[in-house]
Design a protein around this ligand. Structure first.
Ligand SMILES: [Fe+2]
Length: 268
């Protein structure tokens, strides 16, 4: 794969500037690049988020094997890959198993970062497109050198479109992705700045049993860049920005979480 350059000078952007002077709307978010770095979580908040994710991993494992659960409990979160060699990663990390509990979500929403979210977007809530019954915070673990742990290049809006998740009238979406563990220069998220404004179609296919989106590019060039924020540094991006998880290298698993902020569209 080509060498991917890092994203530079994307923030932190003050909350009042995330629409670059335009009224609050899904399409105006992030200006020309369509992405930016927000205010970081504190070290203490990050530690607590790691604990909450680990607790959830232990609980998921407990249902399958108490040995696996104990092994996860005994290791730092970023060493998750070491203890799962003999366990079914797919079962331990099903989509539903990666959604934090309502209690954990409520606790995280009290953290200082969400003051920034409120200042930037006004009244908001977190999406629940899978209809589990509460606001969603979904985490992901990407083990080193495991291609199957990352998806394919996509726009988040394609998922909603494909599954016909409803977007309430007058509501806009924005994605927030936060690294929790791992060296981001060897992992992280790859994004294509400006791609939200490119006309792009998609088709879908099932590859290795997984729904995969295939962008239909008519000769447009897509330039991916790597978000290299430290754990706790959030990247916020337009719902139409193309992105894909980076393969993890080195000896730490990448752990991240993501949310979709639903906010009121302003008419300018
Ligand atoms: Fe995505």
């Amino acid at each position: 794969m080509q060498e991917v350059s890092p994203l530079r000078d994307i923030g932190p952007i003050p909350p009042q500037d995330v629409f670059f002077g335009a009224p609050r709307s899904e399409s105006a978010f992030g200006g020309a690049a369509g992405l930016l770095q927000g205010r970081s979580f504190t070290g203490q908040e990050l530690e607590r988020i790691r604990e909450l994710i680990k607790d959830q991993l232990i609980q998921n494992a407990r249902a399958l094997s108490s040995k696996a659960a104990d092994a996860i409990a005994d290791q730092p979160l970023d060493q998750y890959h070491r203890i799962t060699e003999n366990h079914d990663h797919g079962k331990l990390l099903s989509k539903l198993g990666r959604i934090l509990s309502a209690e954990a979500v409520n606790e995280i929403k009290q953290m200082s970062f969400f003051d920034y979210v409120r200042d930037a977007f006004g009244p908001y809530y977190l999406s629940d497109e899978e209809n589990i019954g509460h606001e969603q915070i979904c985490f992901r673990v990407v083990r080193p050198d495991r291609r199957e742990d990352v998806g394919s290049l996509h726009r988040d809006s394609w998922f909603w479109d494909y599954f016909a998740f409803p977007v309430p009238e007058g509501t806009s979406r924005v994605k927030i992705w936060v690294p929790v563990c791992g060296a981001q220069s060897q992992a992280g998220l790859l994004l294509a700045p400006g791609s939200h404004r490119q006309p792009l179609g998609y088709r879908t296919d099932t590859i290795n049993g997984k729904l995969t989106f295939l962008p239909e590019m008519n000769g447009e060039e897509i330039k991916l860049q790597r978000f290299e924020g430290n754990p706790g540094d959030p990247v916020l991006f337009n719902y139409d920005v193309l992105h894909v998880g980076g393969m993890t290298r080195g000896d730490a698993s990448r752990v991240s979480f993501e949310i979709t902020v639903m906010f009121k569209t302003e008419h300018g």
